[in-house]
Design a binder for this molecule. Sequence first.
Ligand SMILES: Cc1cc2nc3c(=O)[nH]c(=O)nc-3n(C[C@H](O)[C@H](O)[C@H](O)COP(=O)(O)OP(=O)(O)OC[C@H]3O[C@@H](n4cnc5c(N)ncnc54)[C@H](O)[C@@H]3O)c2cc1C
Length: 413
Amino acid sequence: MSETRNIVFLGASYAGISATHYFLKHAYPHLPSSPTVNYKVILINASPKFYQRHASPRAIASASLLAHDRLFVDIEPGFAQYGDKVQFLVAKATSWDPEKRILHLSNAEGKDIAISYHALVLATGSKTASLTQSSFGNSHAEIEAALTAINEQVASAKSIVIAGGGPAGVETAGEIAEHLNGSPGWFQSRPSNRTAKITLLTSAPRLLPALRPSLAAQAARDLERLGVEVQYNTKVTSAAPSGSRQTTLTLSDDQTLTADLYLPATGTTPLTSYAPPALLSASGHLLTNPHTLRLSEGKLVYALGDVTSFSRGSIPEINAQVPVLASNLQRDLLAAHGDLGAEPEGEDRRYEAETRELQLVPVGRRRGVGALWGWWVPSWFVWLVKGRDFMVGAGREKVFGKAEEREVKWTGS
Ligand SMILES: Cc1cc2nc3c(=O)[nH]c(=O)nc-3n(C[C@H](O)[C@H](O)[C@H](O)COP(=O)(O)OP(=O)(O)OC[C@H]3O[C@@H](n4cnc5c(N)ncnc54)[C@H](O)[C@@H]3O)c2cc1C
């Protein structure tokens, strides 16, 4: 009788979708076909839809700027091209037994399922304080409902505080400000009809730490043009509901601030509650080799994207990890095909983190700052590439694996 070896990819977002397509296109065809062993790919995700969270700053401002349904793409049709080589499963991993090589899942009906794996790729990413900026939800309907609720709050708010001076905070402040206040005329330095007071707080002495100071200063000027007040070296230490709809914030300088709407955009938390604590870093990320993408412990187990201990949380970073993961997974599978304990010979493929500036940050619907591979790019370029529609048109291509059709060749062993 033939043995089926499951190659399980957990998490189907920017990392898991790309890694599964790339593996199926460029590594799977090299696995030996044998009458005794066959390989099956299983892709598992908590939701049936891919959520383009990178576009949430505009969708949070108003659905009239970016219709919510454009942010969601059905995942399953993108994998129909591979026939029965792959199965897509909508379920949440609740626990993982690395000794027995089993993942325990709960499906949409609340039914428990146990899946045994031969190889496991973990791409469960991270969540944010607001569901609207997380890829993780029980369903897309839950995220859409959260977006609609924030749109309503934005529309009626007279005071809005956004915390976080990274790209998510800057983009969210710019989108909301331009939507509510409009942009200033040619000879004005501020919008003439400010309908809401919008404050952006950052604990750092400047915005956008991944970009050079001159670009951070440009972003601050662009925000101020839209009527955003930027407050530096200020951390929100607590947030509590006040009155029927407001939030009172306590700040690091012991001042308090009351806002009709408070939006924290201060970072992400890894989604690893299913994993044994021994496999996690102090921050809760999966302890992962930053070059081979294998987990620090365990055989034929890998991780990529936001969930890894070395992640800096960006999509270009994930795109560069995908071919490395596929090559090393292929090498390990080939070595273990006949002898489960065997290790591959020769060098592993290595991922080297990008250290040059690589970030495009729209500031409102007309301007932006950024740099690509260390090269400054003009505001109009940021608009053309990202600011026009936050690149949501590319979501369908992502789900269908268009970018993964091209193999990123490796000349190693
Ligand atoms: C507001 C915002 C804007 C951003 N904008 C940009 C940008 O413009 N450019 C850029 O490069 N980066 C941007 N980023 C960062 C980028 O979104 C992340 O790097 C990216 O989402 C990471 O992808 P991922 O696949 O690793 O994880 P995620 O996108 O977090 O996806 C994880 C997936 O795993 C699933 N999952 C999680 N736990 C389980 C479980 N237990 N069982 C089953 N499934 C599970 C989730 O449902 C989800 O589908 C932004 C981030 C935020 C928050």
